[in-house]
Design a protein. Structure first.
Length: 202
């Protein structure tokens, strides 16, 4: 019988439904989060790994975005109110060790590394792609509209170091807000040709 690698991913809603522990309790304690993950994996044969699970909102909280919970305890972010490039560039640097979910992710990982069963691996916490992190701060609908109406704002939210060159994207902004000649960007017609080509391949 041939074997194939697979990736089994569980998260707070799944663990909550399997264990009966509320998501508020799950997110509120490193010990509870780890125990819920262990119980969930035990129900499905022990396959998987432990990790600090705060969904897609942790990065946004490191930039000061305000956390909110729905009636089930699921996490999301309140709209930031950022509307302009200047406001995006004025965001403080991310405080990854602070009193936010990025800092909490590190603290949960530290707890799990010293308390986990020996037969379980600890995976690093999820790192959300820059676009998703920006969407969490700006709001997904607004950010998608910004792609056409204010692409410099999108880039600034994705990487706040554009003035000296991006560590994430091969682009750089000029003082007037346009792209430098060395930036890897496509004209609209080039982009349309690329998307049409990809669609034909699908």
């Amino acid at each position: 019988m041939e074997k194939h690698p697979f990736f089994l991913f569980i998260d707070a809603p799944f663990c909550s439904s399997v264990t009966g522990v509320s998501m508020t309790e799950y997110y509120g304690s490193a010990a509870t989060m780890m125990e819920c993950q262990l119980q969930a994996y035990d129900r499905i044969g022990g396959y998987g790994f432990l990790y600090a699970d705060f969904g897609v909102v942790a990065e946004g909280t490191a930039y000061g975005a305000e956390l909110k919970r729905d009636s089930m305890g699921a996490l999301s972010l309140k709209p930031s109110g950022i509307e302009t490039l200047e406001e995006a560039l004025a965001l403080p640097p991310a405080d990854i060790f602070g009193n936010n979910l990025m800092g909490e992710s590190l603290r949960v990982m530290e707890y799990m590394s010293t308390h986990k069963p020996a037969d379980y691996e600890l995976e690093t916490t999820r790192v959300i792609a820059p676009f998703t992190a920006a969407a969490m701060v700006r709001g997904i609908s607004d950010l998608c509209a910004d792609i056409y109406e204010d692409p410099e704002l999108v880039l600034a939210l994705m990487d706040r170091e554009l003035a000296s060159g991006s560590d994430i994207l091969p682009v750089r902004l000029k003082k007037d807000g346009g792209f430098t000649a060395s930036s890897s960007v496509a004209e609209e017609e080039q982009f349309l040709k690329l998307t049409r080509h990809v669609q034909k391949k699908l």
